[in-house]
Design a protein around this ligand. Sequence first.
Ligand SMILES: Cc1ncc(COP(=O)(O)O)c(C=O)c1O
Length: 440
Amino acid sequence: MNQSNSSLAAKIRAALASRDERWIRRRLPDPITSSSGSPLIDFNSNDYLSLSTSPVLRNQFLRKLSAAPDVLGSGGSRLLVNGRAHSAFEARLSGFFGSEAALLFNSGFDANVGFFSCIPQSGDAIVYDEYIHASVHDGIRASRARDAQYSFSHNSMASLRQVLAKLLDERRGVRSGEDSVFVAVESLYSMDGTFAPLSEITDMLEKTFPHRNGYLVVDEAHATGIYGPQGRGRVAQLGLESKVLARLHTFGKALAATGAVVLTSTLIRDYLLNYARSLIYTTSLSYSNIVAADCSFDLLTDGTAEELANDLLSLSSHFISYLRPRLTHIPPGLLSLPVHLSNADGVAVPPSPIIPLMTSHPRPLSAYLLALGMNARPITWPTVPKGKDRVRVCLHAGNTIADVEKLAQGAIRWAEETMAAARKREEREVEGRGFEQSKL
Ligand SMILES: Cc1ncc(COP(=O)(O)O)c(C=O)c1O
C-alpha cells in the first residue's frame, strides 16, 4: 500500500521535520570505525566491565551452550511453556542477591513497565526522582495510581521531604497507612553518574511513614556488576536489602547479556506473574539468553567482575583528576565537569564510570572526538533537561590510562580551538565595524 501522499505520511513527515529543525531528530549511529578505518575507542557503550569482549566469558558461554539441554527460543510466555531453565536461574539469582524471590523479565524496560503499571493500587501514590528512566514513566502512565504521581528534584532530600509531607497532609489514606507511597530511584543515574542517597531515603521513609506504608524501589541497571560485594549493587553495598521493596538488575549493561531480574518478596512476585502485562503477554527470554546471563554471573561469583570494577573505578578517578586541573582556563559553559565532580575539595563521591562533559556544544565536541578516533556521544534535550547538554563519557574496564588521557586532551584541545575561533570572529567583527565607520 503506497502511503507516501496520505495525510498520515504528511503528519509523520512534519513531526520528523520539526525534530530536524530543533536539532533533536534521533538517528541510528553510523557503523563505528574511525576515519582511519581502525576501531574507535569506546566511551559510549554500557559495556562497563568490557565483558562483551572477554575471551573468558565467550569460552564459558560457548561451553555451557553446547552442554545445555535447550538453547533455541523459549517457546512462549513464561505462563505457558516449560520454564525450568528460567526457574533455576531465578533460584540462583535470589540466592546470590539474598532476596526472598526473583522474577526474570525480557528487559529492564519491561520490568519497570510491569512493576509500576501493576503494583501501585488505587489510592496509592508514586514519587520519583525527576531523572528517573523513561520505562518507569511508561509504567506509571499505565498504573491505577497515575493521577497521584509526583516528582522530586534530582537527589534532593529537601525536595523529597516536601513531596512526602504534602502527601501526608493531603491524603488521609496515606496518613492512616491504608494507602501506600512508592518512591522510585536509580542507584546510579545513567546520564549524570550521580548516586541516589539510598540510606538517607530509607531513613526518611521509616520516619515519615510510621505505618510502614512508604516503599523504596531501586533501579540498579547501571550499578549491577560494578558496586557492592561481587557486583551485587548499591543496595547490597549499603546493606539495605531488607529496607527496599524491589530491586531491578539488568543484564544488558555491565553483564554483556540481555534481560533483567526483579528481586522482591514471594507475594509481589506472584502478583507480577498475574498482572504484569509485559511479562504475561510476551515470549520469555530464550534459553541461550539465560545461558549467557548465567555465565556473566559466574564471573561475578568468582570475583572476576569485582577486579574489573576496581580497575574501572580507578580509571574513572584518574580521568577526573587528570582533566579537572586542565579546565581552569576554559569557560564552564564551553566545557566543564558537573558540579558534583568539579570541586576537588567537595564531599567525596564514589567514582562512577559515567562522566558527563558539560558543554553547550555537544555535537561539535563529539564530532571532534570522533575524528580523533574516540566514540563519546552527544546527549541533548529531551533526553536531558534543557541547558544541561553534554557529551556523556562511559568508561570501561578495557579502556587504558592512555585512552582516557587522550580523551581529556582531545576535549581540552577542542575547547581551546573553539575559544580561538570565537576570538578571531570577534576581531573580524570589530575590524569590520571600524571599516564601516571609516566609510561614514
Ligand atoms: C536506569 C535504567 N533502567 C532501565 C533500563 C532498561 O533496561 P534494558 O536495557 O534492559 O531494557 C535502562 C536502559 O536504558 C536504564 O538506563
